[in-house]
Design a protein around this ligand. Sequence first.
Ligand code: CAA
Length: 252
Amino acid sequence: MNVLFEQIGRIVIAKLNRPKALNALNSEIMIELISGLQKYDNYPEVGCFIITGNERAFCAGADIKEMIQKDFSEMFNEDYFGYWELFSRIKTPIVAAVNGYAFGGGCELAMMCDIIYASENAQFGQPEIKLGVIPGIGGSQRLTKLIGKPKAMEMILTGRTIDAIEAERIGLVTQILRKTDFLSQVIHIAQTIASYSKIALKAAKEATNYALESSLKDGIFFERRLFHSLFHTQNQIEGMSAFIEKRTAKFN
Ligand code: CAA
């Protein structure tokens, strides 16, 4: 298996499992990852995913040994990487826990997640230019939206890699966490997220992502309508009642 899924209570950890290839993304790993996420996305009790790799590599990018065998017509006819659009349709929040290398498609995978925690030893980069190509899973778009054109352009044109400290400083990652017990710290945060109302989590993710694609006016209107829609849920009644009754809310 190229991806190991483990459910712990209300969270699911997806561990990329091609250590010999530094978790390079070939077609198999992509399909296993996305179909696993799609399955658990429908489980009502699952409120957060973690995607992680191993201490050496989160993911060293798309599989160069798979790609070199293809020509333009194969890439075009297969719409190579087009399948990743299904990743963006996952409604449950996804946290990336990045240890080691996150290069090319690995950096792009992290950016497709909703929150990125970096271990002290994490490294990020879009080195595709060194291979005679450019990012292909949204790197030029997401990186630019996240860190701005001057910094994104420099990373993409030079292929320079950056460490966790620089990644946090420029806003590519949410936070650096200690290398020791790195995954346990991420699990703790994911469990907090997953303890909330799943329908509210999905709405929050959808509204926040919409900010990247809409005008402020449209986004505020969309957010307000989603907010209104939550007043039709049991979890909204439970959350507000619990506050007034001075007890911890129990969301389903
Ligand atoms: N694809 C396929 N195999 C890869 C790989 C990749 N992206 N990255 C590493 N590997 C394989 C290596 O070929 C090697 O396999 P063998 O033992 O069979 O030779 C194994 O993983 C270990 O790698 P190294 O021996 O190179 O390990 P290292 O510690 O010396 O270097 C590294 C680590 C700096 C990450 C180096 O492996 C590297 O530069 N990898 C490629 C990074 C890269 O260019 N990523 C972008 C890919 S293109 C892309 O992602 C396009 C896109 O937009 C989606």
